[in-house]
Write a protein that binds this ligand. Structure first.
Ligand code: PMV
Length: 329
């Protein structure tokens, strides 16, 4: 019997300048560059077991068989890894995240980063970090940014090989804290794939893409200088632009819920009172609020006190995708 297995862990990432819309939809070449931080503490652990005992691929996510759509996305990614390794072995995939999936917490990023790392290792592919990042990108665009750790930049590139993410500062460069206000753990109504497809139908799409490169430069410098004010201004500007694009797409996409807006307003008020915090929002209602370590417990406490906030999770910059001890299958 031929059997190969590996387990990998990866954290989600949250972008300060986000990926929204494609230059090449099939390859997930983004319309604009993005910059993010890979989060520690939150993670997806994925075990991949290839065996000639298996007749078909089988995918278990968070203890339950994956939906048909999720299963197909995983199988497509396994096919890419198999093609590179010249293998026809079927696989069992067991994936588990320790945070809510598909609610704007970028679970597809950590899931595809962990899956790609585990599958490539199980089939003994020796890929550079850039090549792994590019491969993870085809599974889910932003997953390329969960392969490296710390503070990460994804330049769009021109083809499959040149579109990957790389780290420009390690996790311990700056202990920024992301206080994530969980408004809802429900699956979002419109997934990011549909959001990317609709993005260019917004009259604001070109305007946003035009500002992204400058915002990425501002974010990179702010991070390197540990300048929260500059980073915060850029992250809020980009998040608001992205949601303006989403809300003016045809048909429009509304990710915010009343509590999302309540947090946005509260963060602005708290800042005026001296608590320096800034927000960003992915494709969902949850809202990420960044502050320095010294302010994190105060900020979390205040967020929890707001109406409609079910839970607050905190995360700090973390490591990239890595192999870990096998334990699930
Ligand atoms: O990787 P995808 O297709 O799930 O797209 C990610 C979209 C956002 O999370 C909203 C933005 C980003 O850059 O992470």
């Amino acid at each position: 019997m031929s059997m190969h297995r590996a387990t990998a862990a990866a954290g989600p990432n949250i972008a300060f300048v986000k990926y929204w819309g494609d230059a090449d939809a099939a390859l997930h070449l983004p319309a604009n560059p993005s910059v993010s931080v890979t989060l520690g503490g939150l993670s997806t652990v994925s075990t991949v077991l290839f065996s000639d005992d298996l007749e078909m691929d089988d995918v278990l996510i968070d203890g339950a068989p994956a939906s048909e759509l999720a299963q197909q996305r995983v199988i497509d990614q396994l096919d890419r890894v198999r093609a590179l390794a010249k293998s026809e072995l079927r696989a069992r995939v067991v994936s588990k995240s320790n945070f809510p999936t598909a609610a704007g917490l970028a679970s597809s990023a950590s899931a595809f980063a962990a899956l790609t790392t585990a599958a490539a290792s199980a089939l003994e592919l020796e890929l550079s970090e850039e090549a792994l990042s590019a491969l993870a990108r085809i599974g889910s665009g932003s997953a390329c940014r969960s392969i490296p750790g710390g503070f990460v930049e994804w330049r769009p590139g021109e083809d499959h090989e040149s579109s990957y993410a790389r780290s420009f500062a390690p996790p311990n460069h700056w202990t920024l804290v992301d206080c994530i206000a969980i408004v809802s753990e429900e699956h979002k109504a419109v997934g990011s794939s549909e959001g990317h497809a609709r993005a260019s139908s917004s009259p604001l799409f070109k305007a946003r893409a035009g500002t992204a490169t400058e915002l990425v430069d501002r974010c990179r410098s702010a991070i390197l200088e540990r300048d929260l004010t500059a980073l915060g201004r850029a992250m809020e500007a980009d998040a608001l632009m992205l949601h303006a694009v989403a809300m003016t797409s045809k048909p429009p996409i509304h990710y915010w819920m009343p509590a999302t807006v309540r947090v946005m307003q509260a963060v602005v008020d708290w800042r005026a009172q001296g608590l320096e915090a800034y927000f960003t929002i992915d494709a969902g209602p949850n809202i990420h609020c960044f502050c320095e370590l010294k302010d994190a417990s105060k900020l979390s406490g205040r967020l929890l006190g707001l109406d409609g906030i079910a839970q607050v999770r905190t995360a700090v910059p973390g490591a990239g995708a890595r192999l870990v001890a096998d334990h699930l299958v």
